[in-house]
Design a protein around this ligand. Structure first.
Ligand code: ZN
Length: 198
């Protein structure tokens, strides 16, 4: 797990793990509410979830980060989440925001583009939750829109936009700040649905 070390997982036996918050609560990042960017992750950590299958932990962690990034973007427009319909990040996004959330395995997908065009005057989504190809999301989003980037850019396979592309299209990149806002919005049923999708 690269970056965002304060949001961790630990094996609790029987093939299950729990997600942990190791943020210290006192460093400048934590005091500013960006606990994901804690500069001094603590040893023990607070358990955030009930035990989930260890095989699903990475997918669930990524889904929570995607939802946390989505919560930092403005509300009120169509949201496109890069991922298969029924994938954990799509299931979770639909539970944490009231906006229409469309799943797009590929941003170039014609049926997704048609659905967005039917809803948005500009023909483009104002908010996209990017996958590894952040550049594709920057190119697909509405001018002046927001692209949510769940994971740090250091991940292998990630494709980043140039500064020029961001400036020309007036696109804002949004990073997750904390996971507690996401988990607070998850009812028991919503979390169970997300775990089942992972
Ligand atoms: Zn901290």
């Amino acid at each position: 797990m690269t970056g965002l070390r304060s949001f961790d997982a630990i094996d609790v036996g029987d093939g299950t793990s729990v997600l942990l918050d190791r943020s210290c609560g006192t460093c400048p990042s934590c005091r500013g509410g960006a606990t994901l960017w804690c500069s001094r992750p603590a040893g023990g950590g607070r358990t955030l979830t009930s035990p989930v299958p260890t095989a699903s932990v990475t997918a669930l962690r990524e889904a929570v980060l995607a939802a946390a990034a989505l919560l930092e973007a403005p509300r009120g427009g169509t949201v496109v989440v890069v991922g298969e319909d029924g994938s954990p990040q799509v299931v979770m996004a639909r539970r944490v925001v009231a906006d229409v959330v469309l799943a797009a395995p590929l941003l170039a997908d014609q049926s997704v583009r048609a659905q967005v065009a039917a809803r948005e005057p500009s023909g483009r989504a104002p908010v996209i939750v990017a996958g590894a190809d952040v550049r594709a999301a920057v190119r697909a989003v509405r001018r002046g829109g927001h692209v949510c980037v769940p994971a740090p850019s250091s991940g292998s396979g990630s494709i980043q936009p140039s500064v020029t592309e961001l400036v020309q299209r007036e696109v804002t990149l949004v990073a997750p700040r904390r996971v507690t806002d996401v988990l607070d919005r998850m009812t028991r049923d919503a979390w169970a649905a997300t775990v089942a999708a992972a």
